[in-house]
Ligand binder design. Sequence first.
Ligand code: SF4
Length: 233
Amino acid sequence: MLNESPVYSLTPFTMLDFPQKTACVVWFAGCNMRCAYCHNPEIVTGAGAKTTEDILDFLDTRRGLLDGVVISGGEATCYKELPAFLKQIKQKNFDVKLDSNGTNPAMIRDLFENNLVDYLALDYKASPCRFKNVTGTGRRMWDRFKETLGFLCKYQQGKFEIRTTIHTGLMGEGDIAQIISDLEEKQYQGTYYLQNYRHHDNGTLGHLPDQNNTIDIAAIPSPQNFTLEFRNF
Ligand code: SF4
């Protein structure tokens, strides 16, 4: 049975989360990963409190005031009715950005092919050998992520960005180099954001190892075909 209130909460206004657009953020409850560093544990493990109708009613009050809607979470693609919901948002003439861990390749393909998403921020959580350690999930989820990444790099260049959160107790320069090499191989052409993990006062989803070292930025290879940007370093 579908969760009738899949949305945990709504942030009514942001200028930071959708490139070059004013937007609101819809936070979907629940996630199919268990990243220890996740700073939204209440969204990942909590129940939804708002219906999609609540969000659509809100958007009716923001026509002409907001450019777009950011769909985040949690992992919004866990909500099976997401395509139908996004169709209703697009019919109201809002642009849609989706934040995703990429583990629902069939839905992401469907969203792009039906013009239900304008931009996607994809989390490249870790290199294959660190994936389980970082996400708490195994090979099957890695394979699903890889399928999404392959589709995006082949057919949707310019419509997505890739980002990795770095907690140095979980990953090091060699893992980042491996991801960069994979993106080069797939001929990614956008920006790859490396985000330094920052402690949040509202806690994390799991127990984190100590961060006893920092990333040596000089040791990270410069990509040839895409841009590398560092956040919070
Ligand atoms: S950081 Fe991990 S656990 Fe948290 S919402 Fe994102 S994918 Fe889910």
